[in-house]
Every structure is written in structure tokens, then in C-alpha cells.
Design a protein around this ligand. Structure first.
Ligand SMILES: Cc1cc2nc3c(=O)[nH]c(=O)nc-3n(C[C@H](O)[C@H](O)[C@H](O)COP(=O)(O)OP(=O)(O)OC[C@H]3O[C@@H](n4cnc5c(N)ncnc54)[C@H](O)[C@@H]3O)c2cc1C
Length: 404
């Protein structure tokens, strides 16, 4: 036993030549089409439409979505590689891509055939965009604490919701939205469970009462800033419920089990970019008559950056590979990868700035942006504190069969 796994074979990453061919193709696309525009994206806080058009032409929006639903196929590992390569150039573009999965994964895992056939193909073809509206002003980590409401009236629901920090909301055509169909106090009284009584819906942007509100001006991920999303008496047909009524909490948290592998991948891409820049600079820049790389303290920084980078990549690919094999242990691996890779990216970005000296904090150099972006990855899709809770809960459950 390799606590809490059963065998050393559980650490196998099922990766092959196909993944490498795909990575090469994506890198070429990103280096030609995305990388040359990073400065423009930072300055305008907008991702140019031509980049989305080019991604659509390449079929990249379909990666990770099943072929029978208009996607390109490819599992978690393929998606992780795509996210990493995009984030290496412009991390906010990986967010713009990732929100489609945050929209699609709950439908693929829990949705009816009707929902799958109606909403997945246009998103997988890149013709429509999705977003995921769960966080509320007073309920982020504590999903069960949400106050948005939905009540059933004949064959539809009336939804009133206020959601904050919703990535991709501005261009979204569709949203998955969570709301309470049973008030929290009643849910606790009736079932003893805080999580019970939440329902998830697919809502279309142009339905009456759906509004995209204020933009949140966050420190990084320029080009993909989150927005407020408000639903006022929105009429949602009953067939647009994702999964079962009152069991939406499971829909939301199970979605993040998968999509947080994408956040780990974003972090690996950011860490890779920051590391490459720092290494190149350390080879070129001279101080005291020697290149920086000849100074022992710089050597140590580079070595530590590289150790963390590769450890982050291995954890991320491992989590993705376990998810592709449909192994339940992927949940703990995904949390390990998300927490480790995002903190590694933050640390590596910080060292990259230090190695660049004054140029490191010059926004024109494109180094400090990695730190701003990396910090955000430690917060969304379950903060790293919440990942640590998941890790220990899963560990104790798997190893001892105990619930804590
Ligand atoms: C740029 C950006 C994009 C986002 N995009 C989306 C999106 O597309 N869709 C969406 O629904 N949400 C999105 N979010 C919201 C994000 O998921 C939440 O911000 C996050 O889950 C944390 O929730 P919170 O901000 O309410 O913090 P809180 O839950 O209030 O937490 C505050 C602090 O307390 C800690 N904490 C909370 N509970 C515990 C506990 N039990 N034990 C230990 N520590 C705890 C947290 O880790 C954190 O450090 C986005 C956020 C950002 C910044």
C-alpha cells in the first residue's frame, strides 16, 4: 500500500505520442496567434475576437467535449495540455476556454439528453459561449450558504439570483446557475443536511430578466475579468434543470472535482512561462563581470523553480490521467495538483521577478503579470484552503473509511 493508494501502479500517468503531437500543434498555434498579442491584451483588458475565431477554426473549443456532441474528443489530459499551453502565453485565454467546460461539465455529468443535445454542440463548436454562475456576495467557499432562490410554478421555475465574480459572463450565451429551491433553514430542519435543497439550471442570456451587471476589476487575468450576473424573476422551463431538483450541490462540487485540474494546468502554464523567462534572463544578464546564472544564489533559485515546476506538472498530469481512467482517487489528486501547482506558480512567478531585478516589476517586460495571474489561480474553483480540507477529508475516508 502506498498510503492511501493501493499500489505504486496507481502513480502511472497514461500519456502517449498523441498527447505530444497535440501539444506541439497547440504550441505552434499559440506562439503564432496568441503570444504576439499579450501586450495588447494586458493594455486593453480584452482578448481580440480574431483569437477566438482562430481557435474556433482550429477546433480547439471542442477539445474535451465528446465527438457525438460536436466536440473533438480527448479527455482530461488532452484538455490539461491545451490549458497549459494557452496559459503559457496568455493565462486569461485559458480562463475564457475553461469557462465553457465549467458550463459543459455539469451538463455532461448530470444533464438530460435534451440538455446535452441542445447546449453542448454549439459550445463545443465555438459558436456559443457558456459560463458558470455559482458564487454569491455572501457565499463563495460555502456553496450551501447561497441565497438565490427558485420556486416551481407548473412546468417551469421562477429564478431570482445574484451571482458575483462570474468569468466569461460578458460574452456568455448560456449560464449554469445554482439557486435554492428549499430555504437553508428548512433544508436543515427536514433533512439535517445544509447542502440539500439547491438546484442547478441552464439559463439563456437573452431570456427576460437575465442581466450582466458590474465588472470586477481584479488584479490579474486581464482580458477575462469577471462580472456580476443578476436574474430577476427569470422563467426557466423545468427541462432545464441539471440533474435532480434539490441535489444541485452535488452537481456543483462534482463539476469542480474535474475542472480544478484545468486550474492546475493554467498554473503549470504560468509557471513554465515565468521559469523560461527567468532562465533566459539569467543566462544573458551580466553583473559583477559574470552572467547571473554563475552566481550561486541565482543557481539555487533556478533549481528550486525547476523542481517545483516539474512536480506541479507531474501532479497535474497524474490527476488528469486518473480522471481519464475514471478512478475515484482522481478527486484527491485533483486537489493536490490544484493547491500545489497554483502555489508553485505563485512562488516561481515571484522568483522570476526577483531574477529580473528592476525589469521584473516593469509591466512592459511581461514578467510581473505572471504573479498577478498566479495569485488568482490560488483562489478560484475552490480556494487552496478548501483544497486542503478536501485532501484531508478524502484521505481519511479512503484510508480509514471515516467521515470528518
Ligand atoms: C478572477 C475570479 C474569477 C472567478 N470566476 C468564477 C466563476 O466563473 N464562477 C463562479 O461561480 N465563481 C467564480 N469566482 C469566485 C471564486 O470561486 C470564489 O471567490 C472562491 O470560491 C472563494 O469564495 P469567496 O471569495 O466568497 O471567499 P470566502 O469563501 O469568503 O473565503 C474567504 C477566505 O476564507 C477562507 N475560508 C473559507 N472557508 C474556510 C474554511 N472552512 N476553512 C478554512 N478557510 C476557509 C478561504 O479560503 C478564503 O481564504 C471567481 C473568482 C475570481 C477572483
Amino acid at each position: 500500500m502506498v498510503f492511501p493508494f493501493k499500489s505504486v501502479e496507481d502513480f502511472k500517468i497514461l500519456i502517449d505520442e498523441e498527447h505530444e503531437l497535440f501539444r506541439k500543434a497547440v504550441r505552434e498555434f499559440v506562439e503564432n496567434t496568441v503570444m504576439p498579442r499579450w501586450q495588447e491584451i494586458e493594455q486593453t483588458n480584452q482578448i481580440p475576437k480574431e483569437i477566438f475565431d482562430a481557435m474556433r477554426e482550429q477546433g480547439l473549443f471542442g477539445v474535451g467535449f465528446p465527438e457525438e456532441l460536436g466536440g473533438q474528443g480527448g479527455g482530461q489530459l488532452m484538455t490539461a495540455i491545451l490549458m497549459e499551453e494557452i496559459a503559457r502565453a496568455v493565462p486569461s485565454l485559458a480562463v475564457a476556454f475553461g469557462v465553457n467546460h465549467l458550463f459543459g461539465v455539469p451538463i455532461l455529468l448530470f444533464g438530460s439528453d435534451y440538455l446535452k443535445k441542445k447546449y453542448i454542440p454549439p459550445v463545443a463548436r465555438g459558436e456559443k459561449f457558456g459560463a458558470h454562475a455559482n458564487t454569491e456576495p455572501a457565499a463563495g467557499s460555502d456553496v450551501a450558504g447561497m441565497q438565490s432562490k427558485a420556486r416551481k410554478v407548473n412546468d417551469h421555475y421562477i429564478v431570482n439570483a445574484r451571482k458575483v465574480f462570474i468569468s466569461g459572463a460578458e460574452k456568455a450565451d448560456y449560464f449554469v446557475v445554482s439557486a435554492r429551491t428549499v430555504p437553508l433553514e428548512q433544508a436543515v430542519k427536514e433533512t439535517g443536511k445544509r447542502w440539500w435543497g439547491i438546484t442547478v439550471f441552464v439559463v439563456e442570456r437573452d431570456w427576460p430578466g437575465v442581466k450582466v451587471g458590474q465588472q470586477f476589476k481584479v488584479m490579474g487575468m486581464r482580458g477575462e475579468q469577471p462580472y456580476e450576473v443578476i436574474l430577476e424573476d427569470v422563467k426557466v422551463p423545468a427541462e432545464n434543470v441539471v440533474g435532480k431538483e434539490n441535489e444541485g450541490f452535488k452537481v456543483v462540487v462534482t463539476t469542480y472535482d474535474y475542472t480544478r485540474i484545468g486550474i492546475a494546468s493554467q498554473a503549470v502554464g504560468i509557471a513554465q512561462a515565468a521559469f523560461e523567462k527567468a532562465l533566459n534572463y539569467a543566462l544573458q544578464r551580466e553583473t559583477f563581470g559574470q552572467p547571473l546564472i554563475a552566481h550561486e544564489m541565482i543557481i539555487q533559485k533556478i533549481a528550486d523553480m525547476y523542481m517545483k515546476l516539474e512536480a506541479a506538472r507531474l501532479l497535474t498530469y497524474w490527476a488528469a490521467s486518473l480522471a481519464d481512467q475514471k478512478r475515484p482517487e482522481f478527486v484527491i489528486a485533483a486537489s493536490l495538483a490544484k493547491a500545489f501547482a497554483t502555489e508553485a506558480a505563485e512562488w516561481i512567478a515571484r522568483q522570476a521577478i526577483q531574477i529580473h531585478g528592476g525589469y521584473g516589476v516593469d509591466t512592459e517586460m511581461g514578467v510581473e503579470r505572471y504573479l498577478r495571474d498566479a495569485i488568482i489561480t490560488t483562489i478560484y474553483e475552490g480556494t487552496n484552503e478548501i483544497q486542503r480540507l478536501t485532501i484531508v477529508r478524502q484521505l481519511v475516508r479512503q484510508a480509514f473509511g471515516l467521515k470528518i
